[in-house]
Write a protein that binds this ligand. Structure first.
Ligand code: ACO
Length: 273
């Protein structure tokens, strides 16, 4: 068997990203990229720098990467937005919500859109993203887990959509996957009460694919990545594209989409034979 490729500290093109300021660690090992929220002392609280670095990783993701694992160092996956954002001083070098709120509408919209870029790319058909979630996943932390295709959780997980309790809405691309995963009524319940969802409920309502002991979380994410890598790459991309579009299409449209994708697969598989 070929020797495993030594993990790279970073993927190509990401040298300019301020990982430390963002509170992130990033490694690419062959076809797997791992993003680690890495401010455990602050429960992996997120800032504008975190979201901008996440977007940078997405923009520079090496083509060979098929699986992206998102995890958090320490006892919590992420305690959500850095609460210093709510203070007049804000986060040094990044401002505060107060300063952002005073911007004109276009600038404010752009600022939020920039933050969302850190989350949107995790759904690309070319990759499967796995959130490995332990402890608290609050607000932006919950939404980061929701941005991933799959969630494997430790049995101590505590999801909480806290934004409405703070006078905000969840705006980091989390509302759509939440509704799609748990349904509208449950999503309203979770968001408008800001209550905590623990592991067994998360599994029961479809927020988590798998629940494991905290000590098994890294292994479980790795095993899932290995399973995902065992299928044909191009077929996996085409199938994810089909599945993602299924909800938006009628049965007839979806059947047509299946034919189109399969025709391309068959041509590729039997080219030259
Ligand atoms: N922003 C900044 N610092 C934080 C945050 C945060 N969101 N969460 C925790 N910290 C810091 C604490 O201030 C503390 O720092 P210190 O040691 O310098 O005093 C350190 O992380 C540890 O926090 P504890 O509260 O001691 O850790 P514990 O494990 O007991 O509790 C918990 C964890 C439940 C996550 C708690 O810290 C908490 O409730 N944090 C705030 C969660 C929150 O309201 N997030 C905003 C959600 S809304 C959104 O994301 C848009």
């Amino acid at each position: 068997m070929a020797e495993a490729e030594a993990p790279e500290r970073r993927g190509g093109g990401t040298e300019e990203i301020a990982f430390e300021e963002a509170g992130l660690r990033y490694e690419v090992d062959g076809e797997i990229a791992t993003i680690t929220l890495n401010r455990p002392g602050k429960r992996n609280a997120q800032t504008f720098a975190t979201w901008s670095a996440l977007a940078g990783i997405g923009e520079n993701l090496p083509e060979r990467v098929r699986v992206v694992v998102v995890k958090g160092e320490g006892p919590s996956f992420s305690a959500g937005i850095d609460l210093r954002m709510f203070t007049p001083e804000g986060v040094p070098g990044q401002g505060s919500f107060g300063s952002v709120a005073r911007q004109d509408s276009d600038s404010l919209d752009r600022r939020i859109e920039q933050a969302q870029q850190g989350f949107l790319w995790l759904r690309r058909p070319e990759i499967v993203s796995i959130a490995a979630v332990q402890g608290h996943a609050i607000g932006a932390g919950f939404q980061l887990a929701l941005a991933c295709d799959l969630r494997i959780v430790a049995d101590d997980v505590r999801f909480c959509m806290k934004e409405p309790a703070l006078g905000l809405v969840p705006d980091l691309t989390g509302t759509k996957p939440l509704v799609e995963l748990v349904g509208l009524a449950k999503a309203i319940d979770l968001c408008l009460t800001a209550r905590v969802v623990e592991a067994q409920e998360a599994y029961r309502i479809g927020l988590a694919e798998q629940v494991v002991a905290p000590a098994e979380l890294a292994r479980a994410a790795h095993d899932k990545a290995a399973q995902l890598l065992s299928t044909n790459r191009d077929a996996a991309v085409a199938t994810k594209r089909l599945l993602q579009g299924a909800r938006l299409r009628t049965l007839e449209e979806q059947s047509a989409a299946e034919r189109t994708e399969q025709a391309a697969r068959l041509r590729a598989l039997f080219a030259g034979s």
